[in-house]
Structures are given as structure tokens and as C-alpha cells.
Design a protein around this ligand. Structure first.
Ligand SMILES: NC(=O)c1ccc[n+]([C@@H]2O[C@H](COP(=O)([O-])OP(=O)(O)OC[C@H]3O[C@@H](n4cnc5c(N)ncnc54)[C@H](OP(=O)(O)O)[C@@H]3O)[C@@H](O)[C@H]2O)c1
Length: 263
């Protein structure tokens, strides 16, 4: 049985990756900073990528690593975490690392988080360990979480014409699990959802689905900034999963996963 260490396996995406691996007959091992109970058909390893603890034990007898862990609030920590992970992977002799990245990280280096993610890609590529990198669009659940956060303020002011192509979590998890159980593929085809929407289309439809009548105002952004986002939405990507509106229609049944995870 193929044993796969999933960093960030307790997170929103990582949990789905673990489920996919189990369904595909692999044995996932979840890396977490906290002591957790292992569910059926999986293992737990305690370790901290930033503090660089527990990695050697976590990698013991592992065939492949899927790296999903990150700290959304601390880009510098993410760079250190990925470097520590790749050093431990090299020392362990693991022969394949799969990294989740984000569409456009190489063009959006003006955001510290994206710059760090692009740096993570370079760390993996230059490590000498065979790799697969999947760049994904923003997850529906993440966009929903951002809108919930934004709608706590009295009025919503946002940039006009910012394009996104949000994607359902499941196809991302499926592609990562599939990549882990196949030979290293280098950069995979980027993955996005089936449609391109502007941020204000997404916010208005989200608020409407929640019965929230908050006013939304838009303002124009400087052209070069908009051009980058528009270019990204024209990339030749794989388009999978349900649309934003299909996802929205399920929101009365499933609470936002990020709200649940982050309390
Ligand atoms: N959100 C999006 O729209 C989007 C789009 C494309 C790509 N991505 C990428 O997808 C990945 C997963 O995102 P997510 O939103 O699912 O994550 P998340 O829910 O915020 O979960 C973060 C995970 O990272 C782990 N972690 C954090 N610091 C750690 C450390 N020092 N050592 C070990 N583990 C640590 C946490 O584990 P414990 O708390 O259990 O230790 C947790 O499982 C990220 O790399 C992100 O960049 C996200």
C-alpha cells in the first residue's frame, strides 16, 4: 500500500485529500502540530514545519508527500516551512513531492503571500526531489469565507472588473491524490472552475443567497493591475467541478468550511 504524508491534512483542502487517498486505496499519514486521533484507514504524525520538529519520524516509510500546510497570515513562515520540509524529504529518500500552488503566483509577486508560494515552488523544483506541482484557482469555500468576513463591515467597497474562476474543493483534492499515486509529472495543467466571474458578481450573488441586503459599491483599479487578473482568467487551464452558483445553492445545507475550521 502506498503511504502518503499529507502536510496540512487537518485543513480545509487537506481533509479532502486524505479522503481521496483513502478512497483510492492509499494510506494517508497526516502531519499536524497538535496531537490528533487517527481516523480509520489513516495515520497521524505530530510535527511542526516551522519549528522543524517531528519531520524525520513523520517521513519514516513514506512513499510520497503532498504538501498542503501553510499559514495564511505569515508568508515568511511558509517559506521556512517548505525549506524545512524539503530538507527532511531529501534526507529521508522519499521519491515524490506533490505541491499545491495557486494560479498566477509568478505574476502576482507583489502580494507577499503569493511571492512566498512562488518561492515554495522554486524550493521544490530546486530540491532535486522528483515533484508534481498543481496550481489551482481560489476555492469556492475560501471566496465565501472572504465575503463573510467583508460583510461584517457596514458597506462593501470593492475593486471593479477583478476576475476570478473559483473552483470546487473536490476536483483539487482529487487531482492531488491522483498525482501522488502516479509518477512525478512536473508542472500539471493549472486547475480552475468552469466559469470566469468578477468579484462583484460573486459577492452580489453570495449576499443574495444569504438574504443579505448590504450595499455593494465598486471602484476602478489601475489598468495594469486589472490586466494581470484578466490575463490569468484567459489562461489555458483544466476546468472542473461545479459552478459558483451550483455551490451557492448548497450553502443552506453546508456551513462554510473555513468558518468551521477557524471558529
Ligand atoms: N484557499 C484557496 O482558495 C487556495 C487556492 C489555491 C491553493 N491553495 C493552497 O491550498 C493549501 C491548503 O489551504 P487550506 O485553505 O485548505 O489550508 P487551511 O485550512 O488554512 O489549513 C492549514 C493547514 O496547515 C497546517 N499547518 C499550519 N502551520 C503548520 C506548521 N507550522 N507545521 C505543520 N502544519 C502546519 C495546519 O495543521 P495543524 O493546525 O493541524 O497543525 C492546517 O492543517 C495552501 O497551501 C494554500 O496556499 C489555497
Amino acid at each position: 500500500m502506498i503511504r502518503v504524508l499529507v502536510t496540512g491534512g487537518t485543513g480545509v483542502l487537506g481533509r479532502r485529500v486524505v479522503d481521496e487517498l483513502r478512497q483510492k486505496g492509499a494510506l494517508p499519514r497526516v502531519l499536524s502540530r497538535k496531537m490528533q486521533n487517527a481516523g480509520q484507514g489513516m495515520e497521524i504524525a505530530q510535527g511542526d514545519l516551522v519549528a522543524n520538529t517531528g519531520l524525520q519520524e513523520a517521513l519514516k516509510d513514506v512513499d510520497v508527500v503532498i504538501h498542503c500546510a501553510h499559514n495564511p497570515q505569515n508568508a515568511r513562515e511558509n517559506t521556512l516551512a517548505t525549506r524545512n520540509l524539503m530538507e527532511a524529504v531529501r534526507a529521508s529518500g522519499v521519491k515524490h513531492v506533490v505541491l499545491i500552488s495557486i494560479i498566477g503566483v509568478d505574476r502576482m509577486t507583489f502580494y507577499p503571500y503569493y511571492r512566498a508560494k512562488w518561492q515554495d515552488e522554486q524550493t521544490v523544483i530546486q530540491s532535486g526531489v522528483p515533484y508534481t506541482i498543481l496550481r489551482s484557482a481560489q476555492f469556492h469555500d475560501f471566496v465565501g469565507f472572504l465575503i463573510d468576513t467583508l460583510s461584517k463591515i457596514p458597506l462593501i467597497l470593492l475593486p471593479r472588473d477583478l476576475c476570478f474562476q473559483p473552483v470546487q474543493l473536490e476536483p483539487v483534492a482529487e487531482d492531488l491524490a491522483h498525482a501522488a499515486l502516479n509518477p512525478p509529472a512536473g508542472r500539471m495543467r493549472d486547475l480552475a472552475g468552469p466559469e470566469v466571474l468578477t468579484l462583484d458578481q460573486m459577492i452580489r450573488s453570495y449576499l443574495q443567497a444569504q438574504g443579505n441586503h448590504k450595499k455593494v459599491y465598486t471602484f476602478p483599479l489601475p489598468l495594469p493591475f486589472i490586466t494581470v487578473w484578466k490575463d490569468l482568467s484567459r489562461l489555458d487551464v483544466s476546468r472542473k467541478g461545479e459552478t459558483w452558483h451550483q455551490w451557492l445553492s448548497r450553502q443552506d445545507r453546508i456551513a462554510n468550511l473555513y468558518q468551521k475550521a477557524r471558529g
